[in-house]
Design a protein around this ligand. Sequence first.
Ligand code: THG
Length: 367
Amino acid sequence: MFSIFPSARLRPSPFFEATVTDGVTSFTTYNHMLMPTGFGKPEEEYWRIINGVSMWDVAVERQVQLKGPDAGKLAQILSPRDLSKCAVGQGKYVALCNHHGVLINDPILLKLADDLYWFSIADSNIWFWAQAVAAERGLNVEISEPDVSPLAVQGPKAEAVIASMFGDWVKELKYFWFKETEIEGIPVAVARSGWSKQGGFEIYLMDGSKGTQLWNMVKEAGKPWDIGPGNPNACERVESGLLSFGGDTDGQTNPYEVRMGKYVDLDVPDDVVGIQALRKIKADGPKRHQLGVRLEGSEPIMTAFHWFDIMQGNQKIGGMTNIVWSWRLKQNIGFALVSVDAKPGDAVQVIRDGKPVNGTLCELPFI
Ligand code: THG
């Protein structure tokens, strides 16, 4: 239909050539890069994540590196989650907010040393944001985008693959914790993390010239477990209730609306960006919340290009922010960002192509 290619501006991932060799059929853009979104067999790719092991080029999850004496101070100023007990080698899921308490990214924060942190970011320009805040606050910290590219290995058999490559110590890694190491001379960090609920690891490649080599090592090591290429899987993540920043959020969304309130600590210092606004939002009570919606009908509905309106009678109560065919539930499901007056169990109508489809609100996750 049409083509899209990397360039100096739409930067190639270190794994780009390897994914082309392995038959990638579609990409999306993310952080000014291309990310594979399929290898031509969506259902097979889905079941491989549920039952086996899948490898993903997620180099688009760029690292915003904070380095220097004030790195820890800046990390805390940018994150309304208490980082005072974050240990070296630990990662934490954090909600970055602007001064109005609006969510602007949902990265994983990795603490590599007392003076070295990475925000492993979702799709927005945090590099600019961190530089601006650091300069305005007069902090002694250098902000950069290092040559670091995650490769995810996800699924119930991921641990066996990663242990066969790196050793049994990986089995002891706690969720979001990581360790720097090397494999055949390639510097990497190995983390227990990834955007699925099927378990898995991420290998942070720290030398972009070794992308094809690392990809092929994982592919080879995974053969006994029938590893195959995949990508952050829309169906699995919706079933599992994982948030997609920018997909499920808009320019007004605060963490409380999208189930991230548990990552906001209201007693962090007053200089944390957005904390005053978040305290007020919490005190006033958020206006919207995120639920699931299950639609009637036994045929897959094509992916949405935009949010679908959700109605109760003739009143619009919010939007359906994604839609997938769930192979496990055998129905169309998605997330609803709706008025807090709408509750699980409520009947709703989702407007698709101008026509209402009946649905029911439910708690997340679906599975
Ligand atoms: N890996 C890396 N960086 C990333 C992502 C990743 N950056 C952007 C994006 N993904 C961050 N978003 C998420 C969202 C949810 C989770 C992980 C990354 C997640 N959430 C669990 C949940 O919500 O149930 C658990 C969170 C917790 O308990 O702390 O796993 O995938 N490198």
